[in-house]
Ligand binder design. Structure first.
Ligand code: CA
Length: 233
């Protein structure tokens, strides 16, 4: 496949030339347009300038670390919604959590199988690109604008992390529908990714907290033995 003007653009942030070469080759073969940065400062500049559809971000970078790059990208309005996959040689659970807390959407441990990484990229883009259609979703006083990555309740802006944003998008697409944890995993995290059900509960909990922070009632119903629904039944 050849990259065209409509091809999703992936920004590779990596300081090891051999890694860049492998990623570049495989992503281009899948039809992605590829841009590359070899350090954190360049990554932030390129992300702001070119607004890639996804960023592969190495954790260990010279000068500005991958974690710091992630943190800064999440703070800037233009780049805060760009999906990020962290690449790292560290495998400790604590670091994994730290990476996700910083705002990365996914985390791949080196050495990785290129096939698996591509599957994760595809899954993440499938989940994030429907948001480009730009249709406003609404349920009662909750509104979500996928194109501008904005969600509000009443007249208050909701400060949602990328996962909570996708969760809310899913709920708003079909208010009243009961979603099992497994279905939410598929829709929000992607089929190819190993996440346990407790993670779903944690993120639904965060979404609830966000939605009710301004004082409104809790619009998410827990359906025992089933999952969750957006409604007040
Ligand atoms: Ca590195």
């Amino acid at each position: 496949m050849k990259a065209t003007i409509d091809s999703p653009t992936v920004l590779i942030v990596e300081d090891e030339p051999s890694q860049i070469e492998v990623l570049d080759y495989n992503l281009a073969a899948e039809g992605y347009a590829v841009i590359k940065a070899m350090d954190g400062d360049e990554a932030i500049l390129l992300a702001e300038e070119q607004l890639p559809d996804l960023i592969l971000l190495d954790w260990m970078l010279p000068s500005v670390s991958g974690i710091e790059v992630c943190r800064r990208l999440r703070k800037m309005p233009a780049t805060k919604a760009i999906p990020i996959i962290m690449l790292t040689a560290r495998s400790e659970e604590g670091d994994r959590v730290r990476g996700l807390d910083t705002g990365a959407d996914d985390y791949v441990v080196k050495p990785y199988a290129v096939k698996e990484l591509l599957a994760r990229i595809n899954a993440l883009l499938r989940r994030t690109s429907p948001g480009k259609v730009g249709q406003i979703l609404q349920y009662r006083d909750i509104r979500l604008d996928p194109e501008n990555h904005k969600a509000t309740r009443g007249d208050k802006a909701l400060k949602l992390g990328p996962t909570e944003f996708r969760l809310l998008t899913t709920f708003l697409e079909k208010p009243g529908r009961v979603w099992s944890r497994e279905q939410l995993l598929d829709r929000v995290w992607g089929r190819d990714i190993e996440v346990d059900f407790r993670t779903v509960d944690v993120h639904v909990g965060r979404l609830r907290k966000n939605l009710t922070a301004g004082g409104g009632d809790d619009p998410i119903r827990t359906v025992r033995g089933m999952g969750y629904a957006l409604d007040d039944a």
